[in-house]
Design a protein around this ligand. Structure first.
Ligand SMILES: CC(C)(COP(=O)(O)OP(=O)(O)OC[C@H]1O[C@@H](n2cnc3c(N)ncnc32)[C@H](O)[C@@H]1OP(=O)(O)O)[C@@H](O)C(=O)NCCC(=O)NCCS
Length: 208
């Protein structure tokens, strides 16, 4: 069963501005109007209406937010996926987004970053077996799904897809469960939980 919608939420963690929103049941025309032509065409290509709503709603919230920051009409903001699929702003403003259940989380800031949100109902059996997730569980008081959001946010900050997890190691944890990961290439990433209530777990990560 899907987790219920989340109320609108805002916060700031690791110097990243964060907003969470509910996903509507159906496509909202005003949301579609915020997207670029390329995004509207991508949205039309999704066969699952659930995925279309998720994609359109998340991009609309992202574009409204970036539009307010940049003083530009949301559909005109230049956002393109890089070679690894990570959407990037051509002007260098850093952001990332995640969706799960009936919620979307967006984050933006000055440094390359990743965000992840999961419903607490996501089965933990498989993800708990991932080496790096098991290391986070062992080093913190967190459940596997919450530990997974920290790992996933870190991998999204790096932006190279799940392949980046192989070479990633946990190098430190403080009392607030703020973690420090290192990649094989020597980059370090800070990650911290984002408290969104009982139905969702979430995390944000930034490249040092
Ligand atoms: C990015 C990824 C971790 C997303 O995982 P997920 O839990 O399914 O989805 P989430 O809801 O948390 O995040 C999805 C969003 O992350 C963003 N995203 C996509 N690729 C990304 C990447 N490489 N790094 C960071 N963020 C990425 C997008 O905004 C995407 O949402 P959208 O498609 O609606 O715009 C996963 O899809 C992945 O690993 N992708 C890379 C795949 C890859 O390695 N491809 C090889 C490219 S050559």
């Amino acid at each position: 069963m899907k987790a219920p919608p989340i109320d609108e939420w805002s916060g700031r963690v690791l110097d990243v501005e964060l907003r969470a929103y509910a996903l509507p049941e159906r496509l909202v025309a005003a949301d579609l109007a915020q997207l670029s032509a390329a995004e509207r065409s991508r949205a039309e290509g999704f066969s699952a209406s659930r995925r279309r709503v998720e994609y359109v709603t998340a991009r609309a919230h992202l574009r409204r937010t970036l539009g307010a920051i940049l003083g530009a009409p949301p559909p005109t903001i230049p956002i393109d996926a890089d070679d690894f699929g990570k959407p990037q702003h051509a002007g260098g403003l850093q952001f990332n987004l995640s969706h799960s259940g009936r919620a979307v989380l967006i984050g933006w800031g000055a440094r390359p970053l990743g965000v992840d949100i999961e419903t607490t109902r996501r089965p933990a059996r498989y993800i708990g077996r991932l080496r790096i997730v098991a290391a986070v569980v062992a080093a913190t008081s967190l459940e596997p799904v919450a530990a997974f959001t920290l790992v996933e946010a870190a991998s999204k900050a790096i932006g190279r897809g799940i392949g980046a997890l192989k070479g990633m190691s946990l190098v430190g944890v403080d009392a607030a469960n703020e973690l420090r990961f290192a990649t094989r290439g020597g980059a370090t990433i800070r990650a911290a939980p984002v408290a969104l209530g009982e139905d969702y777990v979430a995390a944000v990560a930034v490249l040092d």
